[in-house]
Structure formats: C-alpha cells, structure tokens
Design a binder for this molecule. Structure first.
Ligand code: LMR
Length: 334
C-alpha cells in the first residue's frame, strides 16, 4: 500500500512537472495606439512570428490603445516586470533619464526616412538604445511611424498661426522648446487623454503622424490639419532586461529573429499606413487639410531652428553633431 501511494505520488509529480513545462512563457506587450496603426500591426506581427519560431513556447499578448497602461505607467510597469515588452515613442524616454532619445525630437533633423535610418539602423541608434541598460531595460529595435503634422481648430499656414495656442505634446523637453519657438504653449499629456482634451478645449491643437490623428479620430475634433512634417515620431521596442536575460538562450534567439522580421515589416508598412490614414481623414470631410508651400515650410523651419542650439546640451552636443554629420543637416544654414 505504501509503495502504491509513493508510486501514485511520483506519477502525479511527473504529470505536474510536464504540464508546467508545457506552459508557454507569456510576454505582455503593452502599447498606447490603435491596433490599426504601424505599431499596432507590427506588434501583432511580432506576436505571430514569436509563436511560430518558438513553436508556441512563447505567447505574446498584445494590449493596444492604453488598455493596460497609459504612457508613464507603462514605463514603470516594465521596470517592475508587470509587463515585459513595450514600444514607447522616442519622445517618452526623457523622464526615465535617457535624455539622448530626445535627439529624435529636434525639428527637421531628418529630411526623410533614408536620413532617419542612417541613425536608427546604425551605430548611433545602437548607442542610444544602450543607454537604457542601467535602467533595467533592454532596447531591441527601432520601429518607424512617421513625420508629425500640426492640427487645430483654426488654419495653420504660418508659425504665427500657432502663437498663443495650447498644444498637446509628449513628455519631451525638446518638444516643449519646439512649441515655444513658435509662440505656442506646450501641454504635456498622456496620449489616451488627447481626444477628450481637444474635444473639450483643454488644448487647442496637437502634433502627430497622420496614423495617430486618424485612428484616434482626432479629425472629429480638429477642423484643420497642416501637413508640416516638422518632426519625427517613432518607437523603441524595449523589454525588461532581467526577464530577457533569464530566457533560455534558444528561445531568446528565436525571439530576436522574430523581432528582426517584425522590424522589417514595421518599417515597410509605416508610410503606407500613414498614407491610408490621410485618405481616410480626407474622406471624413471633417478636417480641412492644408499642404504648406515650400516658402511656408521654410518659415516653420526658420522659426523652429533655434530649438537646436537651445537644446543641444540636453541631449549632448557631440551626439547632435554626430547626427548632423550622418544626415547632412545643418541648423546654421537655415
Ligand atoms: C503620442 O503620445 O502622441 C505618441 O507617442 C503615441 C504613439 O505611441 O504613437
């Protein structure tokens, strides 16, 4: 009898062990934008690839639209390990103390995506991601979104049209200075609160790539959108470092491959998604879309140029210079 009990106990223990061995490793991936955006689609793509390459050893659960955490909370949650993966916009790393990320917020620093990729896909980008390691965070990749445009309830053709306007921005000191350079009043606010703030007049306007403007339905509450393309908004995909380093090496390798493929996908669809969103905004008939002329664009560029010298120390003069060198941008020639 005793031996029988022992045997039964042994069998039960083996069964429990093998059941737990089959439990997938769960990665909670939280983000603040709609599923139908470059970041939303790329995170779903990563989840699928991760399942495929790890043969379901890893289950990535994607939580879109701030359904799990808002901007600031998600960073804290990642550091605490309550969520394993995020893709915050680059403008949101300043409050963590990783000020170098704000270099991406300098107005007009990238002429186009080719310029941007010289940084995000090169040594400078890697060195910026490495700044996160002492904070318990590992940076895995940069994902594109696109260039930002201004919206408000009044037309925006010149920098003077933004004077005195309360404009929502992300939590970046460089963005604060950029708004001040055109006489606007910067208002830092979580992404999930922007629609209501625009609707109730808590703020007058905002800046965003068109994919966010459209999928958050900001066109319902903004009469004017001016395609200023004055700055860049993109993402760093990050993980809790301890979690990442604690993964079995083979699984981590498969996830790295999934991330590589998701990054190619993200950067391939970003422009397309923004173009589609612009069409949808046009079709809505609710927002008047204005394309500034070359001269008007130059006036924005000139007005915002002092942001570069004023905020150089914030991100580090050497870093800023190294980017100018790669992209050929020179704020002194504007
Ligand atoms: C914003 O807050 O405007 C953006 O960072 C949202 C996003 O993640 O694209």
């Amino acid at each position: 009898m005793k031996i029988q009990n022992l045997l039964l106990g042994f069998v039960a223990a083996v069964l429990t062990l093998s059941a737990s061995a089959q439990q997938p490793i769960v990665i909670k991936f939280s983000h603040v934008v709609a599923a139908d955006t470059p970041k939303g689609k790329a995170s779903e793509f990563f989840a699928k690839k991760a399942a495929e390459l790890t043969k379901n050893k890893v289950k990535v659960e994607v939580y879109a639209n701030s359904s799990l955490y808002k901007d600031k909370e998600e960073m804290e949650a990642l550091q605490l390990g309550a969520v394993q993966m995020l893709a915050p916009s680059l403008a949101k790393f300043g409050p963590l103390g990783a000020k170098e990320f704000e270099v991406f917020d300098f107005p007009y620093i990238f002429d186009d995506t080719a310029d941007l990729h010289k940084i995000t896909q090169g040594a400078i980008g890697a060195s910026i991601l490495a700044k996160l390691e002492p904070k318990g965070i590992k940076g895995l990749a940069f994902w594109d979104n696109g260039f930002k445009s201004f919206s408000a309830n009044t037309p925006i053709k010149t920098p003077a049209d933004l004077k005195g306007k309360k404009l929502r921005i992300q939590s970046s000191k460089v963005l604060e200075e950029q708004i001040r350079s055109v006489g606007g009043l910067p208002q830092v606010m979580a992404f999930s609160e922007v629609y209501q703030a625009l609707q109730t007049g808590v703020v007058d306007g905002t800046e965003n790539p068109i994919s966010n403007f459209e999928t958050q339905k900001m066109y319902e509450v903004q009469k004017h959108l001016s395609l200023t393309n004055h700055g860049y908004l993109g993402y760093a995909v990050i993980v809790n470092k301890k979690f990442w380093e604690g993964l079995p090496a083979d699984v981590r390798g498969q996830l790295e491959q999934a991330m590589k493929e998701a990054t190619v996908y993200a950067n391939k669809i970003a422009q397309e998604e923004n173009d589609n969103s612009l069409e949808k905004v046009k079709k809505s008939g609710k927002t008047t879309i204005y394309t500034p002329s070359k001269e008007e664009k130059m006036a924005f560029k000139k007005a915002m140029a002092p942001t570069h010298s004023k905020m150089a120390d914030r991100v580090g003069k050497d870093l800023l210079q190294s980017i100018y060198k790669e992209t050929g941008f020179d704020p002194n020639t504007i």
